[in-house]
Design a protein around this ligand. Sequence first.
Ligand code: ZN
Length: 554
Amino acid sequence: MKIVTWNINGIRTFKGGIKQALDSLDADIVCLQETKVTRDLLDERSAIVDGYSSYFSFSRGRSGYAGVATYCKDVATPFAAEEGLSGSLTNREGSVGCYGDHQEFFAEELRLLDNEGRAMITQHRTAYQNQTQTVTVINVYCPRGNPEKPERKHFKMRFYKLLQCRAEALLKSGSHVIVLGDLNIAHRPIDHCDPDNTGGFEENPGRKWLNGFLHHESKQNISVEEEESGETSSDSSQGGKFADTFRHFHPTRSGAFTHWCTLTGARQTNYGTRIDYIFADRSLATEQLVAADIMPEVEGSDHCPVWGELSCTLLPSSQTPPLCTRHLPEFAGKQQKLSRFLTKVDRQSAKTEAINDPLPGSQEAEKRRRENMNPLGAAGSLNRKKRTFTVESVIPKGKKGKTSKPLAKPQQDSLFAFFKPKPTNVAASHRVTSSRNSPTFLHTDQRKVPSITSEDSNVASHAKLTGTKTTIECLTTGGPMTSKSLTFWKSMFHGPPPPPSCKVHGEPCVLRTVKREGPNMGRQFFVCARPQGHASNPEARCNFFRWVGSKGKP
Ligand code: ZN
């Protein structure tokens, strides 16, 4: 049984075809977050995918906001499905149940916590060692703690509480439980590109919650200080009831990030965070977990997919739960695709496949794994060509002793090429600095940015200019200037002044505009054109900064 989670930053990421993308992820259960699909926007193409049943949770408030979806292959048809964590959205048969103790929540609060389309629960039957067991999959898109909106920080913490309440109640009822999705928090310093710059890494309440939710599986997982202080013992009662499946297999791998700010090009320098996870209850993790890893090669979103594999075999339900999108009135009757009549054959072939399944770690399994990394088909491989660096090569110097390969010189062209195919990235990228409390990253609603063009003038920017002792907070652009109008103005006034070269790299700078309200709003400035990265990374953006019109001293 293989499961994948991916924050897709809008279902349009699958513009090459949803079925093709799902198939190439090669998982029985694919959990997506930030679909940006609300009930009004759900189309048949997304709802009805041949060979899968799908389950959507929609935001009840803003259209095109948040949203999660779980796609189950026909071999993984769940026997129950439920939207939300609290039960407040459920009054029908086929729901999951087991809500836990809601004493500390107000009814209205529960409704609000489930109102943004952030959780989908599916319940599956599986066989393990000739025993039938239940596995409940909780697909969540946890809220981001916006440092500018204290009420959202509170909302985020309450969401975590409710998630834990439900997950532990289901576990207590005898089901195995998998919690997966975009948790919007990097767990340990190793999961963050710049943990020292977050304003009290360990004090973050979301991180504290996660420490309690997760079991401290091994000493390798614990920081040196903790180990030296003797705080960690082999006492198995330490920590929570769930295991981080990625760290279970890769306890010390650094630079293993799942999310990057694509607006600042931070993916090119692997300046990111690991905030997407698959958590499994401890007994499931220790007994049935076969492998788990991240898929940073897969582009298309500002997050990458994460996968995990269990040794148990899925036992599909003979009918889909009422929540399945096939039963929505506008799609009912359109479901009679060929595969519906071939269910039995499908299952038979699935059985055969299970028997022929390669041993984990075998060459065949590795080949399959590699083949799985490109869900976007040809487009994906094109994208991959320009990513010539490896994870290893971009770890900031000083953090890791050896840097074996030099970082490929980032080219401005390829940076913009990366943005170009997906202007929708802009809308969600304000989430980038989620859960970091970094004082140098503030957020505005970048939905107002009309387009990202190959001209530099519209690229939103977060800039930190420590070297010049100037900290510019939230320099986002988004003026109405498009490349067309820019060309026009260039021809009228012989163009803007030529960009200065940055001092460190000697390369032409990019022009940006302050969008944030304040005395400098609308002012333009030049910064280094390179992608954002760790301060110690010489290949990343340097601290060059100059206001347009000022002479600037060399
Ligand atoms: Zn530079």
